[in-house]
Design a protein. Structure first.
Length: 67
């Protein structure tokens, strides 16, 4: 994979990690304020989707090594 593509993927991962942290903070705030459980569950689902995207991109960057 060219260095340019790898750099772009790393930048995307950094952005997604920040978004993941933002969702985490928002979820914690919603729980503390006693927000509707359904809304919290939806936010957690979005947070999980972001984590899945991060994992998928990391798999593209780091090649599988068969031992």
């Amino acid at each position: 994979m060219p260095d340019q593509d790898q750099a772009e993927l790393r930048l995307t991962i950094a952005r997604l990690r920040q978004e993941h942290e933002d969702y985490d903070a928002a979820i914690n705030a919603m729980i503390q304020t006693g927000c509707d459980a359904l809304r919290v569950q939806r936010m957690k689902k979005k947070k999980l989707a972001i984590k899945d995207k991060i994992t998928k991109i990391e798999d593209q960057i780091i090649p599988d090594i068969i031992a």
